[in-house]
Design a protein around this ligand. Structure first.
Ligand code: EPZ
Length: 421
């Protein structure tokens, strides 16, 4: 199992290029199941979850070309000869986003068998709202032996109100509805940029979708969809992670190939703490570390609120704030696993339910720490950048799921970090 060894205390300077958004690439790859023609995706990040999704699509019988992934960040998928409709437990347990094949398989083939993803480090993460939505579209769903078995002659459009906002739930139901008969209206939908990116791809495939990016999405079903070429949006969470890394390190970095309008809440919150963030253009940000970091409370919320995927990284920054801040996690029930690891590095963090009270400024010292999930591991890397001495982060496979070559990018900015296999 790979580890990352970081020797802290080096301010970061230089330029980093942001990769494509994993959470936009995953639904886009699943959307290729909706047509028998080729779908070409560009700006795909070369991360483990993409490879896992490629494996799953090949298992279903798709022609999946990931040859261009490492060098050109592109892939091509043709779902012409789908022979299986099952996403097995072995795959789904490593990547819960595999549930995103449910909607397209149901819509195009009328059947799907997907292992229930089970919980993960950050929470139970049920998919009851996905299932309720499919039933509203006329699918017969059985849950047995840990699998969701779905059947439908042809999905019929309907009105669906999500009991709570769900990102992949919105994406799954959009992909189911585009081939359903008649009109579907989705209410209380997620507004994340990744949802809009998926809608843009689906429209380029011939789907009739309006309202994406708002809390109500109108879809007019069409008989079939065609192939398309689509460029994935930049990763707003990787962007936010590098903003925090630059701020905590005491340096100044240029962040390029990003979409600054996709993380307004994060930028505004960082500016409140005293961090300098300059928007050179839509795709180019400059982050400058302040002499003093002010403690500022934050609540995680659905988009356009402060992203839950930035909570752990922000907590690392608040350990260097001059005073006490309160971090409230409103999206997931168990997303403070990183706090105990930071406490071992010298942070002063108290957890009370879904609240973390962080008292800074505390000197962090390097330690052996364990990553528990994707964003927790990013927060430990960030803490390691400012900690005195060496931090050894174990289980960095979590990191590799969603960050492309993070140690290479950090090293290019002057960080003392290396991967130990
Ligand atoms: C997506 O997960 C992202 N993953 C997550 O990113 C992100 O943290 C999350 O959205 C919130 O922004 C992908 O896009 C692949 P939800 P998702 O459904 O869709 C509850 C990362 O680090 N819920 O919006 O699974 C759920 O338990 C990952 O890249 C139900 O109760 O999240 C949670 O409390 C981590 N029933 C809340 O809703 C359901 O049927 C939001 O979950 C679905 C969700």
């Amino acid at each position: 199992m790979d580890k990352l060894l970081i020797s802290g205390g080096k301010p970061l300077f230089g330029t980093v290029e942001i990769s494509g958004a994993k959470n936009a690439a995953l639904p886009a790859m699943a959307a290729a199941l909706l047509t028998n023609e080729k779908v070409v995706l560009n700006n795909i990040p070369c991360v483990r979850d993409i490879q896992t999704t490629g494996k799953l699509l090949s298992k279903l019988g798709c022609e999946t070309d990931l040859e261009g992934l490492a060098k050109n960040h592109c892939c091509a998928i043709t779902a012409q000869n789908v022979t299986s409709y099952e996403a097995p437990y072995e795959l789904v347990k490593t990547m819960r986003a595999s549930v995103l094949v449910l909607g397209p398989l149901l819509a195009r083939f009328g059947k799907a068998q997907v292992s229930l993803p089970g919980g993960c480090a950050i929470g139970a993460r049920p998919i009851d709202l996905h299932i309720k939505g499919f039933e509203k579209l006329g699918a017969a769903i059985k849950i047995e032996h840990g699998y969701v078995s779905a059947r439908a002659r042809r999905l019929r459009g309907s009105k669906i109100v999500f009991d709570r906002i769900t990102v992949t739930g919105t994406e799954n139901l959009m992909m189911a509805a585009v081939l359903a008969e008649g009109e579907t209206i989705l209410y209380n939908t997620a507004c994340e940029p990744e949802v809009v990116d998926l809608a843009n791809l689906l429209r380029s495939m011939g789907a009739k979708i309006e309202g994406d990016g708002s809390n109500r999405i109108h879809i007019q079903g069409v008989p079939r969809l065609r192939g398309a070429a689509h460029t994935i949006i930049p990763d707003r969470i990787e962007t936010g992670s590098f903003l925090v890394a630059g701020a905590i390190s005491g340096g100044e970095i240029e962040i390029k190939s990003c979409r600054s309008d996709h993380l307004t809440a994060v930028i505004e919150k960082l500016e409140e703490t005293g961090v300098g963030v300059k928007k050179r253009s839509l795709e180019h940000l400059t982050v400058t570390a302040p002499r003093e970091i002010q403690p500022v409370d934050v609540d995680t919320l659905e988009y356009p609120g402060f992203a839950t995927d930035m909570q752990a990284q922000y907590m690392a920054l608040m350990t260097q704030g001059n005073g006490t801040s309160m971090i409230t996690e409103n999206i997931f029930e168990n997303r403070f696993m990183h706090a105990s690891e930071m406490v071992r590095m010298g942070a002063n963090i108290k957890i009370e339910g879904n609240r973390a009270i962080v008292t800074g400024k505390t000197k962090l010292t390097g330690a052996k720490v364990i990553a528990s999930d994707l964003r927790a591991s990013a927060s430990l890397v960030i803490a390691g950048l400012v900690a005195e001495g060496e931090t050894l982060i174990d289980r960095v496979y979590h990191l590799d799921r969603g960050y492309e070559r993070i140690e290479t990018k950090l090293k290019a900015l002057g960080a003392d970090v290396r991967r130990i296999s």
